[in-house]
Design a protein around this ligand. Structure first.
Ligand SMILES: C[C@@](CO)(OP(=O)(O)O)[C@H](O)COP(=O)(O)OP(=O)(O)OC[C@H]1O[C@@H](n2ccc(N)nc2=O)[C@H](O)[C@@H]1O
Ligand SMILES: Nc1ncnc2c1ncn2[C@@H]1O[C@H](COP(=O)(O)OP(=O)(O)O)[C@@H](O)[C@H]1O
Length: 277
């Protein structure tokens, strides 16, 4: 009997994101602290006849699109390893689309991990990282799936020590923001590296250099950050190119109280209560 294999695609956050330079190839040189949550999208795969379905709260946002990153990842895997990657995919889309928390990159990385498991490829095989790299700047970090310092365009990774299961709240005001235009709106000023220290100290002393350009595109991000800052977090910041913002808390009670306050004030906003992985 053919078995269905399940893989989670954890949400990614950038605890800090410093943009250092614009490169000749159009990408930007970054320094970023990647971290992952215990929750995210879910991917299911049954080897056999090829089909692709999307379900879950954010399925509609992707329904009109042909070339999902999951299928591009499956094609990349088949080409790189000469192994079959056809089957029935079901993507449960729990994370908002175009929102700075990995989404498509996390799904593509989950597809690669899943196929590697099915076909007996080691998860640290450099060819798997090469496929991830070709799919997007964030996909190698999502493939690694643990806290890491990212440099280059985000693909050069140095794993960081375990951060512990820190309580996290994600908030998205329902504004989709595409990554390319946010990088284009960056003012070109290098504001310096992420300072040294423990990862949490580095995160707190760091910045998200994409916040200012993202706010020119989606001014509502300012309201999200103000509301999160008012809940007394250890750290509140925009993730990636936005518009999702995150806050870290000392304990689950503080995080849940913050989530309740924000849900009451803004019932239309998306909130996810989770912890760092
Ligand atoms: C900003 C970040 C931070 O983690 O996250 P998200 O907001 O996407 O979650 C990433 O760098 C996004 O990575 P990813 O979403 O994979 O980007 P890609 O598909 O490689 O690139 C999309 C577009 O973003 C711009 N881009 C991306 C990465 C980078 N280092 N410099 C860039 O200038 C380029 O204009 C590119 O055409
Ligand atoms: N499985 C997927 N999940 C989310 N987005 C996807 C997926 N597959 C393809 N995409 C495309 O990728 C875009 C999201 O890219 P991007 O703006 O970089 O988002 P994010 O900031 O969330 O990483 C979507 O608008 C959609 O067109």
């Amino acid at each position: 009997m053919t078995q269905t294999i399940v893989e989670t695609a954890p949400a990614k956050i950038n605890l800090a994101l410093h943009v250092r330079a614009r490169r000749a190839d159009g990408y930007h040189e970054l320094e970023t602290l990647f971290a992952f949550l215990q929750d995210g999208d879910e991917l299911r795969f049954t080897p056999g006849a090829p089909t692709f379905e999307i379900e879950g709260p954010f399925a509609a946002a992707l329904s009109g699109e042909g070339d999902n990153l999951v299928l591009r990842a499956a094609r990349g895997f088949a080409e790189a390893f000469g192994l079959a990657s056809e089957g029935a995919w079901v993507l449960e889309k729990n994370l908002p689309v175009a929102s700075g928390i990995g989404g498509g990159s996390a799904d593509a990385a989950a597809a690669l991990r899943l196929l590697a498991r099915v076909r007996g490829v080691a998860l640290d095989d450099p060819r798997l990282f090469a496929v991830a790299d070709a799919l997007g700047s964030d996909v190698p970090a999502c493939l690694l799936g643990r806290a890491a310092l990212g440099t280059g365009r985000g693909e050069k990774l140095e794993p960081l020590g375990d951060l512990g299961a820190i309580p996290v709240l994600l908030v998205n005001p329902g504004i989709a923001v595409s990554t390319g235009p946010v990088f284009k709106a960056w003012d070109g000023v290098d504001r310096g590296p992420i300072p040294a220290g423990t990862t949490i100290d580095r995160a707190r002393a760091g910045r998200n250099d994409l916040e200012a350009p993202a706010r020119t595109i989606a001014p509502g991000i300012g309201d999200v950050l103000d509301r999160l800052a008012a809940t007394g977090p250890v750290l509140a910041r925009m993730s990636g190119s936005g518009a999702t913002c995150f806050a870290l808390y000392e304990n689950d009670e503080q995080r849940s109280a913050a989530a309740n306050t924000i849900r009451t004030a803004q019932p239309g906003w998306w909130c996810l209560e989770s912890r760092l992985a």
